[in-house]
Design a protein. Structure first.
Length: 221
């Protein structure tokens, strides 16, 4: 009964951390930008880069399209890999402009599974980034998987240690109600739990799921 198991895990995490109110952003476009900038860095660095973009008046599709890539790289420097990420932002707004006239509303009006495949065709947008854009900016029920998710649910016995992104994502997509609010909160809770416990060197002391795993691990197989 993986669905019941997943919901019980959700309840434990929610009781431990409460609602996370994620993703922190003023607009859907800011979410998209943040999803691209957060690749290979922590959220604190992304916040600094987004603050810079706002200060420079660059947090819009039109502004990102028109700004020289060299200047954009300097503005987003706190996010790391700024030369690469400046090009990725340019590629995304070019795609948005060419395909949807710069309108996220038009983009998100598409059937989201088709839009997911389209986003994956944009240079620099991988599966985690695409799902983050769909879920948090577009309000579409596409579950987001990250390193914390893989590590935690492998430890709980629900996925193999070497399961790939789509295998882990399928666990949630197939066994949970297709609800945006649930997917949103669940992923945010996993991230919060991962910061405290599911690191590369796990901190199992004080983890409610550690005891849950020991008690129910066999049933999850």
């Amino acid at each position: 009964m993986p669905g019941a198991y997943l919901l019980e895990i959700f309840d434990i995490l929610h009781a431990a951390y409460g609602p996370r109110h994620w993703w922190p952003a003023d607009t859907p476009f800011e979410v998209c930008v943040g999803a691209i900038l957060t690749q290979n860095t922590n959220w604190g660095n992304v916040e600094k880069a987004i603050t810079n973009l706002k200060r420079e008046g660059l947090l819009s599709p039109e502004a990102l399209r028109d700004v020289p890539v060299e200047r954009l790289a300097e503005v987003i420097r706190p996010a790391g890999y700024y030369n690469v990420k400046s090009v990725r932002l340019k590629d995304f707004v070019t795609y948005l402009g060419d395909r949807y006239g710069g309108s996220l509303e038009r983009m998100f009006a598409r059937e989201w599974p088709e839009l997911r495949e389209e986003l994956l065709g944009v240079r620099g947008i991988g599966r985690e980034t695409a799902d983050s854009i769909l879920l948090y900016a577009g309000g579409q029920p596409s579950f987001v998987v990250d390193a914390y998710t893989k590590r935690l649910f492998a430890a709980l016995g629900l996925v193999a240690d070497k399961a790939d992104y789509e295998e882990v994502r399928a666990l949630f997509m197939k066994n949970l109600p297709s609800e945006v609010s649930l997917f949103n909160e669940y992923h945010a809770l996993i991230v919060e739990h991962g910061k405290h416990h599911c690191r590369k060197r796990p901190r199992c002391a004080g983890c409610g799921l550690h005891l849950f795993c020991r008690a129910h691990g066999d049933a999850a197989q």
